[in-house]
Design a protein around this ligand. Sequence first.
Ligand code: SF4
Ligand code: FES
Length: 291
Amino acid sequence: MIDRDGCNGRDGQRAASQEGSGAGGGVAEQRQNLMSVRLRVWRQKNLQDKGRFEEYEATRLTPDMSFLEMLDVLNEDLQRDGNEPIAFDSDCREGICGMCSLVIDGVPHGPGRGTTTCQIYLRSFADGATITIEPWRAGAFPVLRDLIVDRSAFDRIIAAGGYASVNTGSAADANASLISQARSEEAFDAAACIGCGACVATCKNASAMLFVSAKVKHLNMLPQGQPERRERTVAMLRAMDEEGFGHCTNEYECEAVCPKEISVEHIAFLNREYLRAQVIATGFRPVVTDE
Ligand code: SF4
Ligand code: FES
């Protein structure tokens, strides 16, 4: 995965180190590039603990290290000194899985647009900066430990309708079902949602409408999603309500922090889908039912 500055993710630091140790006094150059930051990190033992900020000095860093590598280095230091490491989520570290979930200086996924926490590099911060790191803050995402929250509420919303139960055949059968370029691209844009929850974490209403709209639109735009189209829309919104997420009041904060730049236009689509499902439930049959 290439980040927006052309650095190869986790390997970027290694590549930079190799360059630095080559001919031409690389070691001195590497020393020059070392940086340190002061971290204010949310520590919380478990669900019941009230939690608090603790401060740490992270040293021996380079600008090409990823933000999560910095936490790895800090954790190694903490463990070596007999302290509890900081718990945080990550998996792919390539902007794909949606696991990484840190609020950095008040912004879910930190500085930069269209970027996950794992794609943030220390060159985005000044040497000596103080950086505040918190977990997602939302009632429906309880903090399990330190920076890890329980996002199983999203799984339950998906279980309520984020699937297609028709037999869609094998890969070869896909060619038999024609889908316009425009429609497939819209569905694909929606399918880019990685379920990270940043949209919820940034919204003053803790609304999950951007997430739900992406999941609904992804399936409702495609032929395979038509049999359950109405039920899916209603069931996923009902599940969202039951999980305690709020509703959209057009703040646009979700779109601003979404690492996949999911547009709030998807929420408008979701609202139309919901209205249509409610009207059809009354027995009324509109002449045109598709977008
Ligand atoms: S809509 Fe964006 S911010 Fe929300 S869960 Fe999906 S990828 Fe994350
Ligand atoms: S760790 Fe997978 S998206 Fe960040």
